[in-house]
Design a protein around this ligand. Structure first.
Ligand code: 2P0
Length: 326
């Protein structure tokens, strides 16, 4: 009744920002992401009949908010296994938690894979993706490696709101350089922020209207391995999402000065020195530069020298969530 799993965060190039059902965590729009390799969450779970409550340690410390979300997700797996046993969860990230580096994506993907193994359920990947989505919308994508497509789905029960693999990491081995400009927890979480944008941003309807076309164009760019097309589309989609965030009331301004400096530097590297690189930014101040592997050391050096950049992390694209030996 114990198992360990590892999952890596994913970075969305076509973003998810808005839910059509907050209880089932159903997205309004589809999304497209790349799964990383070097950043990971490792989670060990042990079901124990003597426990009265679930217990969770995140990087060695108790974390009541994460425990509540993890328990709710585990209930879905317990129901399928026909057990009420509580679990001891030990989860670790090798990168800053909840600072816009998608720790909830890798966290819930690792949790469902570990729980599935510990309970002997042997669920298929689509079902695991659906269960991870209930924990965190973006986690559905971390079940798969390389380039991943997430459907908005049409069903009210969410059975078709799942991710699927689009292209293997080996088929287009890009790199991602992350410029960490803040390691503080973000002030407004994604779920709260999305609801605020849906209710208050005058740009939200336009965001939803354009999403399907952005997703289709990004899928074509990935299939054709067309870097320039993917770069243009990804930066457009990212800035459009931030326009929705910033026009919400009260505003969601996740950037700091260094975030903007990184975006400008990345554009200059591409437009003035011809590097194959583009940026994307999520609900946090970190900047992710997607580039060719040969460009990665130069991109990392250029970002590291900017004031306000505390740390630069480099990663290749990686595999989906998987079980580890205990
Ligand atoms: C994404 N983000 O597509 C977008 C872009 C942040 C900005 O998915 O409420 O933590 O748990 O479903 O998955 C972050 O949102 O939100 C996210 P919930 P989640 O990656």
């Amino acid at each position: 009744m114990a198992a360990t799993a590892q999952a890596q965060p994913n970075i969305a190039l076509v973003k998810y920002w808005g839910k059509r059902d907050t209880r089932l965590n159903l997205p309004v729009t589809g999304s497209l992401s790349v799964t990383l390799d070097a950043l990971w969450t490792r989670t060990r779970i042990e079901f124990d009949a003597s426990l009265r409550h679930d217990e969770l340690r995140l990087n060695g410390a108790e974390d009541p908010a994460t425990l509540a979300r993890a328990s709710a997700c585990l209930d879905l797996l317990r129901r399928r296994a026909g057990t009420a046993q509580r679990a001891r969860i030990d989860t670790r990230n090798n990168f800053p938690t909840a600072a816009g580096l998608a720790s909830s994506a890798s966290g819930f993907a690792a949790l469902v894979v570990a729980a599935d193994a510990a309970l002997g359920l042997a669920l298929d990947r689509q079902t695991l993706s659906m269960l991870a989505r209930r924990g965190s919308g973006s986690a559905a994508r971390s079940l798969f490696g390389g380039f991943v497509s997430m459907a908005a789905g049409q069903r009210d029960d969410g059975a078709d709101a799942v991710a699927q693999p689009l292209l293997d990491a080996a088929a287009w081995p890009l790199a991602v350089v992350v410029a960490v400009t803040s390691d503080h927890r973000k002030q407004v979480g994604s779920g709260t922020g999305m609801e605020r944008s849906r209710r208050t941003s005058p740009f939200y309807p336009a965001w939803v209207d354009g999403a399907a076309a952005d997703l289709a164009a990004a899928q074509r760019a990935v299939q054709a391995r067309d870097f320039a097309a993917l770069a243009e589309l990804s930066e457009h989609n990212c800035l459009k999402m931030h326009a929705v965030m910033q026009s919400s009331r009260p505003p969601l301004l996740y950037w700091n000065g260094a975030t903007v400096d990184c975006m400008q530097r990345i554009r200059a590297l591409r437009e003035e020195t011809g590097e194959q690189v583009f940026f994307t930014v999520d609900a946090g101040a970190q900047v992710k530069a997607v580039c060719t592997p040969d460009a990665a050391p130069r991109v990392a050096a250029a970002l590291a020298e900017l004031p306000g950049v505390a740390q630069v992390l480099s990663s290749r694209l990686g595999e989906g969530a998987r079980r580890l030996d205990d």
